[in-house]
Design a protein around this ligand. Structure first.
Ligand SMILES: Cc1cc2nc3c(=O)[nH]c(=O)nc-3n(C[C@H](O)[C@H](O)[C@H](O)COP(=O)(O)OP(=O)(O)OC[C@H]3O[C@@H](n4cnc5c(N)ncnc54)[C@H](O)[C@@H]3O)c2cc1C
Length: 183
């Protein structure tokens, strides 16, 4: 059998899947997406945060390890990367936190035009936020974002401790500023 494709994308992780989805919206494009790992139908992938049990999985991960670290009594450190449809996003923490405004501004290059304000429209276009409707958020994109509703007793104790300590509460880490504490 012989196939011809206009585009071949290697790696069906976060970037590869978005790219394949975007390119295949055009019916004139033929797209081949190649992934080294298996399908993402493992139970631990479907249950939020259960994916931490896959950090050393040979089936769904690459099992990367650092070289022995002299300052850690020669221990090696596991560095998880996903190997499945969705790539690392299939085993990640599912937290939606963008970079710091100031970091993007520090990258500002007059030719590329990268800065927080020039990237913001792209973040907004991607996002489908269920809780915030303002100039920092999108509500019509493909990336579903919602505030975590169930909190554990230990999380609530931690938040109370932050309050008692006088730290500032931040209800939105993707809003005007990232400093502060929150769920
Ligand atoms: C444990 C963990 C927790 C994280 N938590 C968060 C979080 O809470 N919030 C957040 O925003 N980000 C988080 N991240 C980061 C986020 O998941 C990654 O930045 C993002 O998924 C990277 O996307 P990518 O497309 O660059 O790579 P990946 O998603 O890693 O995709 C690369 C894909 O390419 C495949 N591949 C590699 N080589 C080949 C080959 N030769 N042939 C075929 N396929 C190949 C891999 O198997 C993989 O599927 C976390 C990451 C990890 C590992």
């Amino acid at each position: 059998m012989k196939f011809n494709f206009k585009y071949i994308i290697v790696g069906a992780g976060s970037a590869g899947c978005v790219l394949a989805n975007k390119l295949s919206e055009n019916p004139n494009n033929s797209v081949c997406l190649i992934e080294a790992g298996p399908r993402d139908n493992g139970l631990q992938i479907k249950i939020p945060l259960a994916a931490s049990s896959l950090f050393k999985s040979k089936k769904y991960g690459w099992c990367d390890e650092t070289v022995p670290q002299a300052k850690l009594f020669n221990r090696t450190i596991n560095s998880p990367r996903g190997k499945t449809l969705g790539g690392s996003s299939s085993i990640n923490g599912m937290l939606y936190i963008r970079g710091q405004h100031q970091d993007y501004d520090a990258w500002l290059d007059p030719k590329l035009g990268w800065s927080f304000n020039s990237l913001l429209p792209y973040f907004i276009a991607l996002e489908n936020n269920q809780d915030h409707v303002d100039q920092y958020h999108g509500n019509f994109g493909k990336l579903w974002v919602e505030t975590f509703k169930g909190s554990l007793p230990t999380s609530r104790l931690f938040l109370n401790a932050c309050r008692t300590y006088g730290l500032e509460e931040n209800p939105d880490f993707n809003g005007p500023q990232q400093e502060g504490f929150g769920i």
